[in-house]
Design a protein around this ligand. Sequence first.
Ligand SMILES: [Zn+2]
Ligand SMILES: [Zn+2]
Length: 339
Amino acid sequence: MEAAVFDAPFALRLEERPTPLPTRGEVQVAVDAAGLCAGDLYIYLGKNPYVSYPRIGGHEIAGRVSALGPDTIGPALGTPVVVEPFIGCGHCFPCRVQKPNCCANLQIIGVHREGGFAESVTAPVDRLHVIPDGMTPFLASFVEPVAIGVQACRRGEVTAVDTVLILGAGPIGLAIAEVALARGAKVYIADIARDRLDIAAQLGAVPLEAGGGLPQEVMRLTGGEGMPVVIEATGNVKAMEQTAGLVAAGGRIVVVGLVGQGVPVSWPGLDLTRKEMTILGSRASTGCFPESLDLLARGAIRYPDIATGFRLSEAPSVFADLAQNTSALHKAVFLKELG
Ligand SMILES: [Zn+2]
Ligand SMILES: [Zn+2]
């Protein structure tokens, strides 16, 4: 099969690989669509601490069941599915309390094992979700990133009574915004990039200019109270440290953005008690695929409209372009059938 393989940082090569065979409890999925995520770009840039090279990336995978492992019961051959890429060990504390997304021995398809930038991929049968009738593989490839938005909104307990401020209008920030909007919340989103804010506004969020003037603007908008929910999706330390001054007393801060290993982030200690603010981490997703699939199926998520489809053979140039300029594209999806 054809595969796009990360050989080393800044080296992505198209390669002929043997088609992977499913072992017991696994299925083989013929890939129809695989989204390019910031995580993949990090592998390309050599900034993903979990990956070993060579590796086939791609964890936002939609396709069809093409083989079942020995003695494995699963969906019929040809069934359209999405693959949930996180595989918990099932034994550690987080796995025992139903948080396999924080598993101490987490395996991610496309990071720790071969992913979907290929014609076929294998996955444990319990990681499959059947796609509703009529949903295209292109749209289905968004189930994973939208699930990250679902997880963040679950962590922040976002409901229709909430006003939510999201820091960062990249793909994940926009996914969070659309999930929060679908829940009926009022959504503000802050970024420094005008084009990203324009998209956020089209999706129904109120755009705000990020930076030093943001706290003042937030206080003006909320009558001096601050935001009930602040969701951090930039990974920028300064933005993260700003959250304590943006959140209302009694409010929730959800941190989705990643900072480098060992990089400290500080919050004013007195605010923790004075505001009784809740600071929550949110990692990838767990149990969020069904809600994400439902949101996409009923057209509540419009971000895919501004994504661009490519052939897998274009992967080397797409990654090279993104490495030059990360805002060259809003979102890329590699497709078996273009247009
Ligand atoms: Zn991703
Ligand atoms: Zn575990």
